[in-house]
Design a protein around this ligand. Structure first.
Ligand code: NAI
Length: 286
């Protein structure tokens, strides 16, 4: 299990690959093109260096050494010799739907697939393969290397052994997990997506400016960040796709995405990763 496949090198894939490499795993990181993979490597280097600079006497890592344990490729085939794979591709059913049958074909029968998804049903993904017992959800939190706990999701057919093996990888990554049963959105995002969407409605309805919505949560409720800052951090495109999954899964209008969210995503204002969302961000990588 020392070699781990990581699919998708976006916000989450970068964090998962970094955390695994820092924990001594050898990582095979896959995305659609070289440009994305090069950007991912630059970001990992910068994140590790930043952490090294600020960690003082706490544990720190050498960025070049971390990167030396991450191999990148545009061909999914490279993960065929990995016994554990974390999939972090875009939160769209038509994207994930194509990945799993292929993984099922190229990987050994014993390999475990961990789905890092915000909302998509783990049981539905398991049904795309001949190994629903070896598929679980691991909903990592963002930024991955800094968050100590994940939400683990047991699909209808996920075996105890799969949960145990995933638990031992998570433990090596320095993480605890809280196990919940499969239903779209699980615990975290069935609640969080509604909160973020409603906060966007407040801005659209001109009840308050983004900074005032967030200030209510931080200064009145004592939250570490407000819902719009959280939306920017997650990625507003990911928020929209998650709401679409929830809306379709439950056929419930409470999950209807706010038109302002749709407009921002159409305009490429996807939050922190694009440099602009409810707030403006500056990065030499963007
Ligand atoms: P992202 O949009 O930043 O990155 C997704 C990456 O997947 C992109 O680089 C894209 O090129 C790549 N991709 C698309 N199709 C692919 C394919 N067939 N093969 C390989 N790579 C492919 O999205 P993000 O935020 O990293 O999310 C990834 C997954 O993690 C989603 O399912 C999301 O719901 C979930 N998630 C996101 C969190 C967040 O805070 N952003 C938190 C927890 C889970």
């Amino acid at each position: 299990m020392d070699k781990v496949g990581v699919i998708g090198a976006g916000v989450m894939g970068i964090g998962v690959a970094q955390n695994l490499a820092q924990s001594g795993f050898y990582v095979k990181l896959v995305d659609l093109n070289e440009e994305i993979l090069e950007k991912a490597k630059r970001e990992i280097y910068d994140h590790v260096r930043f952490h090294q600079f600020y960690s003082q006497d706490k544990e720190s890592f050498d960025p070049s050494e971390v990167l030396s344990r991450i191999e990148t490729d545009v061909d999914l085939e490279v993960v065929s010799d990995c016994e554990f794979i974390v999939e972090n591709a875009t939160e769209k059913w038509d994207v994930k739907e194509k990945i799993y049958p292929r993984l099922d074909n190229i990987c050994s029968e014993s390999a475990i697939f961990a789905v890092n998804t915000s909302c998509i049903s783990i049981t539905k993904i398991g049904a795309l393969t001949n190994r629903p017992d070896r598929i679980l959800g691991i909903h990592f939190m963002n930024p991955v290397p800094l968050k100590p706990t994940v939400e683990a999701i047991r699909g209808v057919y996920t075996s105890d052994e799969t949960i145990e093996q995933a638990g031992s990888i998570l433990s090596r990554m320095g993480k605890k997990y809280i196990l919940v049963n499969d239903m779209p959105g699980f615990v975290s995002n069935r609640v969080l997506m509604l909160t973020i969407n409603e906060a966007i409605w407040l801005v659209q309805d001109q009840v308050a400016k983004p900074e005032d919505v967030d200030a209510i949560f931080k200064e009145c409720f004592g939250h570490a960040s407000g819902p719009l800052e959280t939306g920017d951090l997650i990625g507003l495109d990911t928020i929209l796709y998650s709401l679409e999954v929830l809306y379709e899964s439950y056929q419930d209008p409470k999950f209807r995405a706010c038109p302002l969210l749709r407009q921002m995503v159409a305009a490429g204002k996807n939050g922190r990763k694009s440099g602009q969302g409810f707030y403006t961000y500056y990065s030499h990588n963007s």
